[in-house]
Unconditional design. Structure first.
Length: 137
């Protein structure tokens, strides 16, 4: 896997210490992280507004995608697909463990085909599966 600095450069983002640290932290996690999770991890190193702007930049440049969650407004996970500033290719299922409350991307699972009635236009689809992860089972 490439290092965070190279990934930032390849996605057209300036390499700063804060961006490298945040991206590296996100890449190393198996589960999605909320803004609050990241704020706690970088407390004293980066203020909440800077972290928010960093996450927005990451999302706009295809580095992270938003993960649905039923308890917090949004979580973020690293885009392991070849996403970029023009399109996210992160249509996959998400799994939330009811024991540890972590949310995982299930990228290897095929997304189900969903037919909508004529005249309806789908802009995005989110699937959040609830259960128990392998660590908590």
């Amino acid at each position: 896997m490439k290092d965070a600095g190279s990934i930032l450069k390849n996605h057209g983002l300036r390499k700063t210490l804060g961006r490298v640290q945040v991206l590296d932290f996100i890449i190393q996690r198996e589960s999605a992280l909320s803004h609050s999770d990241l704020s706690q991890a970088f407390e004293g190193q980066m203020d909440r507004a800077s972290l928010y702007r960093t996450l927005q930049d990451f999302e706009q440049h295809g580095l992270v995608h938003k993960v649905p969650d039923d308890e917090v407004s949004v979580k973020y996970a690293y885009c392991r697909a070849n996403c970029d500033s023009h399109a996210h290719h992160d249509t996959h299922l998400h799994f939330k463990c009811e024991a540890c409350l972590q949310t995982f991307c299930l990228e290897e699972q095929a997304f189900p085909k969903i037919a909508v009635p004529a005249g309806f236009k789908v802009n995005s689809t989110e699937v959040l599966i609830h259960g128990t992860c392998k660590q908590c089972a």
